[in-house]
Every structure is written in C-alpha cells, then in structure tokens.
Design a protein around this ligand. Structure first.
Ligand SMILES: *Cc1c(COP(=O)(O)O)cnc(C)c1O
Length: 377
C-alpha cells in the first residue's frame, strides 16, 4: 500500500530528544523550543514566533489576543479544517462563511466585503495547500472596515505571497506541525506575531496568564498572574523532534517540490484531455508542495477513483465537509451569499500521497493508476 502520508522524522531527532531529557528541562520553552522559535522568526520575517501545542491552539491564542467576544462575527471560508472556526466559536463569535475561488480553493476575496456587518471583527483567511490567498485585497478590506486579520497558515510554512511569508500579513499567523504537515512534531504549531509590541501579551496568554517568560529573562524578580490565559506551550521533547526538520528544511522542501512537480507534469496530459483539473498556482504565489490534489468530474467520479486507487494499493483521500453544512457549523456559523463553489468543488477534490521521502517509483505507480482509471473505458 502506498500510504497517503508518512510523517517526517529525521534520525537526529532521537539524539536531540536524549539531549532534551539530559538537560532536565523537558517542559515548555527549553533549548529546542528556543531554537525553533528563532528559526521561525528568521525564516518568516515575523517580529516573534512562539511554538504552541497545535495550530488550533495558536488560533485560539490569536482569538484571545484580538479580544474576540460573544456576538462578534469572523469571516472565513467554509472549506477549511474545523480548527479555523473552533477558535472563534469558543469565544462566542459567529463564523461567517464566504465562498471559495474554484482555482485555488482559497476564500474569494471579492466576496468578503459583502459579508461585513457592524458586528464583523476579523477576517481569517486560510492558505489552502500552501497557496497564498489574495492578501493585498484582504488587507485593503480589513483596513477599510477596521478589521483584524488572523491567518490560518497551518499549511503555509515555507510558502510566500509576492515574496513575503504566509502567516506574516495579518497581526497573527498560525502554523501547524501536526504529523500531516510538511514539518512535524506529532502535535504542535506556532503563532507568528507581526509586530514586536504584541509579543509580550502573547507570551502571557501562552503561559497561563503569567509573566513567567519575563521572569526567566530576568526582567522581573518574581512571576505572577497578570491576565487570563491558558497553557499553549509544548514540551521541549516535541521541539527536539521538530528541530532537525527545520535544520534540514531545504532538503525536505526540495524533495516535496520534486514529487509535486512530478505529479503535475505526469498528469498534465489528463488535464489537457479535459479529464481532470490540476492545482492552479497564481504567478505571484510560491507554494510549498504541502499537498497535491486533482479534481475529478463530480462526486460520483471521485468516489470511483478513490475506490479504484485503493484497489491498486494507493491510499488517496478527500477532506473538509464544508463547515456550514456540518452540525456545529449550523450552530456557530452561517454562510454569506451563495455557495457557488464551496460544496461543488470540494466534492470533486482528491489528494494524492505526498510526503518527504516518497519514492519516485511509488509516485509513478500513483500516476499510472490514475491514468489507468481514466482510460478504463
Ligand atoms: C492542519 C490544519 C489545522 C489544524 O492544525 P493542528 O496543528 O492539528 O491544530 C488548521 N487549519 C488548517 C487549514 C489545517 O490544515
């Protein structure tokens, strides 16, 4: 069976985890966490970066830091993972879902302004498949209506919009290091902070509402409870697992990009025959090979394709039941305008196996199986 995903794991990770244990500091903010924070800050150009227990938690932090309150509305796509909505639903806000663009599956920036009401507080764009949303337009709308911008950049590490890292446009950017993402620490994520002035409050929220981080830096002589917060910092063991992947990020990214390009080039003939649709990468976006998907004709064809691939030993998956049609989505959200593409396009999408170390022979077998499916009649 060719697995859909094999989480990245560098052999050095075990040595680093031993070092973390030997340092007798495996709780949060140990040496490996600091290395990861520094790497993230430098490689994204954010003012500060804090490793978190997940992207879900980074988004929760951003919602807290933006003072999202009951009755507020937050604009986001319906075609996304539940975490995007959860973070705001937990604060009592209403999720206002906006349709996606059929080319990138990102929120349709042209439909955002119509969804703004006097209760709107924030926009949460999701950079699907590591392809940037139209941030210029989104930032203009936010500026015009006085809205906060929190980016769900869970899939966006090492990806850029007009040369600027995803997750650094809004006040906060949320990354994921879940095992299905390009770099993994099992469960984990990070909060990217755009402005240096916002970093201190973020540290406090992440450390149970205490000024413990300041205490460790020797800036205060005792630490105390200064605000409402929670525990969003991961164990240094998890950071030690992640760190070698960041050290060798280029190698991981080059490998993923090569697999992505192989799929793209090999499946292009099927697209030219009008049988499938391949991902669209706008010229000003640099993607990160987070995923390779194709779109079948419709739901029925997709179901048959996934079953055919399974028979051929290929694990292909689809994802995201649009949130507005999920039971909790009906409670916590509403769809603004017409669902032209969200449901129809999501029902056609299939993700192919893509991970660091995917053997070229396996990728070729996947391509062959897809090609055979479309030539079966
Ligand atoms: C993976 C993912 C998340 C959640 O990440 P966790 O680290 O598992 O919390 C959120 N949003 C999107 C778009 C994702 O792909």
């Amino acid at each position: 069976m060719i697995s859909f995903n094999v989480p990245a794991c560098m052999p050095e990770a075990f040595d680093y985890m031993k070092q973390a244990v030997a340092s007798q500091k495996i709780s949060g903010d140990g040496g490996f966490t600091r290395l990861c924070n520094e790497w993230l800050k430098e490689n994204t150009g954010s003012a500060a970066a804090l490793l978190t227990t997940s992207c879900t938690h980074a988004t929760e932090m951003a919602a807290l830091l933006c003072d999202i309150k009951p009755g507020d509305e937050v604009i986001m796509p319906s075609y996304t993972f539940v975490s995007t909505a959860d973070a705001f639903a937990l604060r009592g806000a209403t999720c206002v879902f906006v349709d996606v663009r059929p080319d990138t599956m990102n929120i349709d920036e042209k439909k955002i302004a119509a969804a703004v009401t006097d209760k709107t507080r924030a926009i949460c764009p999701v950079h699907y498949a590591g392809v940037g949303c139209e941030m210029d337009t989104i930032l203009e709308i936010a500026e015009h209506y006085g809205l906060r911008v929190i980016e769900d950049a869970a899939q966006g590490i090492c990806a850029f919009y007009k040369g600027k890292a995803l997750g650094t446009f809004g006040e906060y950017g949320c990354l994921s290091f879940h095992e299905t993402k390009n770099f993994s620490m099992g469960e984990g994520g990070a909060l990217l902070i755009r402005d240096a002035g916002m970093a201190e409050r973020a540290e406090i929220v992440r450390e149970k509402g205490t000024n413990r981080a300041k205490f460790f830096r020797g800036q205060v002589d005792k630490y105390t409870w200064v605000a409402a917060g929670s525990s969003y910092l991961p164990s240094d063991l998890n950071a030690a697992f992640l760190w070698p992947q960041l050290e060798r990020a280029k190698e991981i990214q080059d490998d993923r990009m090569a697999s992505w390009q192989f799929y793209h080039d090999s499946l292009l003939p099927l697209e030219e025959k009008g049988l499938v649709q391949l991902p669209v990468i706008p010229g000003h976006c640099t993607h990160n090979a987070h995923m390779f998907y194709l779109k079948a004709k419709d739901l029925e064809e997709r179901t048959a394709l996934i079953a055919f691939l399974k028979m051929r030993g290929v694990q292909a998956v689809f994802h995201y039941i649009p949130l507005h049609s999920a039971p909790a989505g009906r409670i916590y959200g509403r769809f603004d305008g017409e669902d032209v593409y969200t449901t129809a396009e999501s029902e056609r999408l299939v993700r192919l196996p893509l991970y660091y170390g995917l053997a070229r022979s396996d990728a070729a077998a996947v391509v062959q199986a897809v090609t055979d499916f479309y030539q079966r009649t």
